[in-house]
Design a protein around this ligand. Structure first.
Ligand SMILES: Cc1cc2nc3c(=O)[nH]c(=O)nc-3n(C[C@H](O)[C@H](O)[C@H](O)COP(=O)(O)O)c2cc1C
Length: 401
């Protein structure tokens, strides 16, 4: 049996049937903030993919501060029925389905709000897509922590089998963690102890509300990849605090909208190990200092390499994003012992400033095709991808269509 096929028991007692996780990928498929038929269809498909764990895309705790206009939002249990339909579809086959809980903070685009909030008034300058945020008052930060806990409790009620707190990629918690975006002087700012307080209060509150036997994961950056930003030393402090709180799975990623390291640019020419060396090297230093269950997401493309990493006990689970969007059969062939390599789509797009949007739009299009029971279209033009995504964000964000 391959290493990927081995089940794993997490600290909460939850058992995941294998080591493959479909990492969070924002779906942009909610209708008026609620689960749509297509969203449910998408997760039915992924529940049958073979992956042991599937994690939802960003689910927002406040509809005013979304990361994308068609995000799912959980503020109250008004639409519990639809959520239950979603979790029922997504947990077929003994698959675990965890909710990724998030708040956009300064990375809420103008399609969602012209008045974002953030730890400090530090604007994200990218194509004019993000307005200058207002710094949260201490009481407001405390209220948002309650929103995370409230959303987590509703998720448990709705049948999600676990939650993941999104503390990576430059969203609100990641903004609290970084000294570039957190200039506060209250208990949520200052040194890393202060900057981590927001996240740790969210975790403590979730533990209390959900109980010890309910899986809680955290997605954390190894670093922001920005001078003076959240770095590995900071990350190690946070990880030790998370370990004390006995979380079930730490997912390591990296980067923010300023530097989208999680998309792993220019990686086509390097070997998988070289490509992944940064996150894996960091995972190694975590392993030396902590027993926290560990997953890395980003760039894994061959079964052979994944088996090796698991065999060496470098990681407990492996997360995948884009492989699910370039091959509809993934990961079953790997679980069946085949070693086919997943090939990244090499689309050229010459307008440098729009490259990130083209990439996001291209994969968003593939997600929507799966949700509509259509074949993938890997020759889709990146130019069209930018237009399509901008149009959709406008229609859904500004015109609420
Ligand atoms: C279309 C798309 C949407 C994504 N949305 C999210 C998200 O909602 N939350 C998150 O934590 N990561 C998100 N990611 C990042 C992935 O979880 C993952 O970290 C990244 O794709 C790197 O893994 P890969 O090389 O296997 O694709 C997204 C990635 C893609 C391609």
């Amino acid at each position: 049996m391959s290493q990927m096929n081995q089940p794993i028991t997490l600290p909460s007692g939850a058992v995941i049937k294998n080591r493959i996780c479909k990492a969070a990928m924002t779906e942009r498929l909610a209708i008026k903030n609620n689960a749509s038929k297509q969203l449910i269809n998408l997760y039915r498909f992924w529940a049958n993919s073979g992956a042991g764990l599937i994690i939802s895309g960003n689910i927002m705790v406040d509809k005013r501060y979304k990361e994308a206009a068609a995000n799912l939002v959980i503020e109250n249990d008004q639409h519990l029925d639809k959520l239950k339909e979603l979790t029922k579809a997504a947990t077929a086959n003994g698959t675990h389905f965890w909710a990724q809980i998030s708040h956009g903070g300064r990375q809420s685009s103008i399609f969602s709000t012209f008045k974002p909030v953030a730890p400090s008034a530090v604007q994200l300058k990218k194509l004019g897509l993000f307005a200058k945020p207002r710094a949260l008052k201490t009481e407001e930060a405390e209220e948002i922590i309650q929103k995370y806990i409230n959303a987590a409790a509703i998720c448990k009620n709705a049948g999600f089998t676990g939650i993941q707190i999104h503390a990576a990629h430059g969203y609100l918690i990641s903004q609290f963690l970084s000294p570039i975006t957190n200039k506060r002087s209250d208990k949520y700012g200052g040194d890393i102890q202060g900057r981590a307080t927001f996240l740790l209060e969210v975790i403590d509150g979730c533990k209390k509300a959900l109980g010890e036997d309910y899986p809680i994961s955290v997605k954390l950056n190894s670093a922001d990849f920005q001078k003076g930003g959240f770095d590995e030393k900071d990350a190690l402090y946070v990880i030790k605090e998370l370990e004390k709180r006995k979380i079930d799975l730490l997912e390591i990623s990296g980067g923010t909208y300023d530097n989208i390291a999680f998309f792993n640019k220019n990686n086509q020419r390097e070997s998988t190990r070289a490509r992944e060396a940064y996150f894996l090297d960091f995972a190694k230093s975590i392993r030396e200092q902590s027993a926290i269950p560990l997953m890395v997401t980003g760039g894994f493309r061959t079964a052979e390499f994944c088996n090796e990493v698991l065999e060496n006990k470098e990681l407990d689970m492996i997360g995948f994003g884009r492989p699910f969007l370039v091959d509809r059969t993934f990961p079953q062939p790997w679980l069946d012992g085949h070693n086919n390599q997943i090939k990244d789509v090499d689309y050229s797009f010459n307008i440098k400033q729009l490259k990130d949007m083209a990439e996001a739009g291209f994969f968003d299009y593939q997600i929507h095709r799966i949700a509509a029971n259509k074949e993938l279209n890997l020759s889709y033009s990146p130019f069209m991808a930018v237009l399509r995504m901008t149009k959709n964000e406008m229609l859904k964000g500004w015109f609420k269509l």
